[in-house]
Ligand binder design. Structure first.
Ligand code: NDP
Length: 291
């Protein structure tokens, strides 16, 4: 079994981006500029945004963090987004989710400029991805394709099972791995909460992607010998042995499943760092358009 090391793969992408940004700046262009919008005080959101800003600093991007109180009105937030849409100094921006309940995430998605949508969530970018046209890919699936490429893993001719059909992970992942792309050409089945014979399907999977948000849901008996396991889940479980009282686990029972897998992503240190790498690659592509 080999660990698919997201930290190391992300570090390699970081090093490559650093060189490219340097070249961009030496050629007289401005470095890519990412803006992150953070609304409210959600500690997990703060940590995610903090990691993104840190990555920007490490590769030499310009970055701006815009923070707003949780009681910002929908109208005010829309105005801020329109400003970013029209600001030529901004290559890409992200609105960190989740947003407070009084703000519709769907409406935000509609007003984001697709050219600056480095999260790859806008319907225009989703449509282009589905059509196989160049577009920003959603950061988590993009990051997963990058770790697959890094370790020479392709879905070609393989039976792929994806657990979860969300717009940000499961659904786009299923599209990318079934398309004719270097890491794609898989035969893909998407499972969700209404799937009846889930274990029958997972046991046949050459590649299993778990993105359902249930701690350690995938057990060893659900996995085929030699399968590639991509664990997207990030779940907190109680752990009295830790001073903070909890630890992070994925959607896969790592210890037992790693005995059977050929490759497996750990949590933390697997898909998480690759998601940020995916976002940063999108931001670089955005900046390249003006160069
Ligand atoms: P969502 O809650 O949006 O989607 C979960 C999906 O899992 C749904 O399609 C749901 O089915 C399905 N599901 C739920 N329970 C079951 C079940 N018992 N059997 C089969 N399918 C089930 O989650 P996300 O896609 O946003 O995230 C999934 C996980 O990945 C979470 O732990 C999240 O924290 C993590 N995540 C990690 C990222 C990273 O960077 N590592 C990035 C994004 C997410 P249905 O549609 O029928 O409700």
């Amino acid at each position: 079994m080999e660990i698919l090391d997201g930290k190391a793969t992300s570090a390699a992408i970081k090093a490559d981006l650093k060189v490219k940004v340097n070249e961009m700046v030496n050629a007289g262009h401005k470095a890519p500029h990412l803006v992150a919008i953070l609304v409210g005080e959600n500690p997990a959101s703060k940590a995610y945004v903090g990691n993104k800003i840190k990555f920007c600093q490490e590769v030499g991007y310009r970055s701006t963090l815009l923070t707003f109180n949780a009681d910002i009105t929908e109208d005010q937030l829309h105005k801020e987004i329109h400003k970013l849409n029209n600001d030529p100094e901004v290559d890409g921006y992200i609105v960190q989710l989740p947003l407070p309940k009084h703000i519709s995430e769907d409406k935000i998605l509609e007003i984001v400029n697709p050219e600056k949508d480095v999260d790859g969530f806008h319907p225009v970018n989703v449509g282009k991805m589905v059509s196989g046209l160049p577009s920003y890919l959603p950061a988590t699936p993009y990051g997963i394709t990058k770790i697959m490429e890094h370790y020479g893993i392709s879905a070609e001719g393989k039976f792929v099972v994806i657990l979860g059909r969300s717009h940000i992970v499961g659904r786009p992942m299923s599209i990318l791995l079934s398309q004719s792309r270097p890491y794609g050409n898989g035969t893909v089945v998407v499972c969700h909460s209404r799937t009846k014979n889930l274990e029958e399907l997972t046991r046949k999977a050459d590649i299993l992607v778990a993105a359902i948000g249930i701690p350690q849901f995938v057990k060893a008996e659900m996995v085929k010998d030699g399968a590639v396991i991509i664990d997207v889940g990030i779940n907190r479980i109680d752990d009295t042995t830790r001073t903070r009282g909890w630890r992070l686990v994925g959607d896969v029972d790592f210890d037992a499943v790693s005995e059977k897998a050929s490759y497996i992503t750990p949590v933390p240190g697997g898909v998480g760092p690759m998601t940020i790498a995916g976002l940063m690659l999108n931001c670089y592509h955005a900046a390249q358009k003006r160069v």
